[in-house]
Design a protein around this ligand. Structure first.
Ligand code: EPZ
Length: 420
């Protein structure tokens, strides 16, 4: 086990390069199950979640390797269609193999995913989507068992905008007979990237990036090569870190247009922003005014930046309200931030943050990926030493985070720890 030991107070400045998007990789990899052969996906991040998905693909019979940023996937020998609980419980995104296995092999047995730390995370929209495409679904001792000779196109409307369910249905519908129209489809850049990947494989679809997707099923698809998009949440995390720790930070190899909601909120908070084609430079003000945020599906303010924004507001000059309309109980980071001296009250799905002048270092516990990020950011500005335990949460979604932060001048190191 490891912990991060952070000595707060250093200003952050300099350049940091963003890695490929975790939540795009986790959709592109299972899409390679739709057509047998070899795929090369560049700008793939070296993350625990990516290796978990690689292990899952390998249990299905695929070969997956990562050399530097170039991932090679070979799905010619896929001969198993069951995603076991042992792997799926580690990562909810494993559910992404359901659509491709069902569409290509006519059968899939996928364990129901474990929840994230912030409560149960249903998969009803995934199941209903497959049923609408004609699959016969049974739920048996924690597994989703799906069968279909050939999926048929359908009209599918999601009551709730769902990234994962949109991705699963897009992949399944690509090989269905006939046309599928998805309304209230997710518009996240990771879904657009998945759509572009599928079209490179020969899928026929229109409406990418809008809330209505039309997919003409084809008889078969072919392998392709692809370059993954930058990780907008990693980029946003460094921008918020720069805004908190003062100084001037430039985030490179990113996609500014994926971050407009965050950038406008940062400007409201007095942060100076200069964006170019693939980089964003920020200069932070001495004092950060309170700025309310309410998360919503893309292009709104991302729920995956909610915890980091609360950390920023913890030292603002007033009181702000941060509402999460996507996950009503994604606030496990709040009690830990309070241990650092923050003044935050959670009421149902909102946090009322009263800015304080000073945060003081303490030992805190990561509970999930983005919660850990908010604790690390708070540690960068807290007086004294902060120890963040259970850094395995961070390693799921941030590539070499301490190395990147040290490159910006942070005093942070990864230390062996038997504390759990
Ligand atoms: C994706 O999760 C991301 N993960 C999450 O990022 C992100 O927080 C989330 O989208 C929202 O943006 C990946 O892409 C791998 P959803 P996903 O289906 O697809 C409800 C991170 O930190 N819902 O868009 O699982 C659900 O409860 C992770 O990188 C149903 O009700 O999220 C939530 O309230 C954390 N039934 C809302 O929809 C379903 O069948 C949005 O969830 C599916 C979802």
């Amino acid at each position: 086990m490891y912990k991060f030991v952070i000595k707060g107070g250093n200003k952050l400045s300099g350049k940091v390069e963003v890695s490929g998007a975790k939540n795009a990789s986790l959709a592109l990899m299972p899409a390679a199950l739709l057509a047998p052969g070899t795929y090369k996906i560049d700008n793939t991040p070296d993350l625990v979640d990516v290796s978990t998905m690689s292990k899952l693909m390998e249990t299905l019979g695929a070969k997956v390797s990562l050399s530097g940023k170039l991932q090679t996937i070979d799905t010619a020998a896929v001969n198993n269609y069951e995603a076991p609980y042992e792997l799926v419980k580690k990562m909810r995104a494993s559910i992404y193999v359901l659509g491709p296995l069902l569409a290509r092999y006519g059968y899939a047995k996928v364990s129901m995913p474990g929840g994230c730390a912030w409560g149960p995370r249903p998969v009803n929209l995934h199941i209903e989507g497959m049923e609408k495409l004609g699959a016969e679904i049974t739920l048996d001792s924690g597994y989703i068992i799906a069968r279909s000779k050939r999926l048929t196109g359908a009209r599918i409307n999601f009551d709730v905008s769902s990234v994962g369910a949109t991705g699963n249905v897009m992949m399944a519908a690509s090989l269905a007979k006939g046309t599928t129209v998805i309304s209230n489809a997710a518009m996240e850049p990771e879904i657009v990237a998945l759509g572009e990947f599928l079209m490179k494989m020969g899928a026929k679809m229109s409406g990418l990036g809008t809330s209505t997707l039309t997919i003409e099923g084809v008889e078969d698809l072919t392998p392709c090569d692809f370059r993954n998009i930058p990780d907008r949440i990693e980029a946003g995390t460094f921008l918020v870190g720069g805004a908190m720790a003062g100084g001037s930070v430039e985030v490179t190899s990113c996609e500014p247009k994926h971050l407009s909601a965050l950038l406008s909120k940062l400007e409201e908070a007095g942060v100076k922003i200069v964006a170019s084609a693939d980089s964003i430079r920020i200069d932070s003000p001495d004092a950060i005014p309170p700025v309310d945020v309410s998360t919503s599906p893309y292009p709104g303010f991302p729920t995956d930046m909610q915890a980091q924004w609360i950390a920023l507001m913890a030292r603002s000059t007033g009181s702000s309200v941060i509402t999460d309309t996507i996950y009503f109980d994604r606030f496990k980071h709040v009690p830990e931030l309070v241990r650092l001296g923050a003044d935050i009250e959670v009421r149902e799905n909102l946090a009322i943050v009263k800015g304080v002048k000073l945060l003081k270092g303490a030992k805190v516990m990561s509970t999930d990926l983005r919660a850990s990020a908010s604790l690390i950011l708070a540690g960068l500005v807290a007086e004294g030493t902060t120890e963040v335990l259970r850094v395995y949460h961070m390693d799921r979604g941030y590539e070499h985070i301490e190395r990147k932060l040290r490159g910006l001048g942070a005093d942070i190191e990864r230390v062996q720890s038997d504390e759990f």
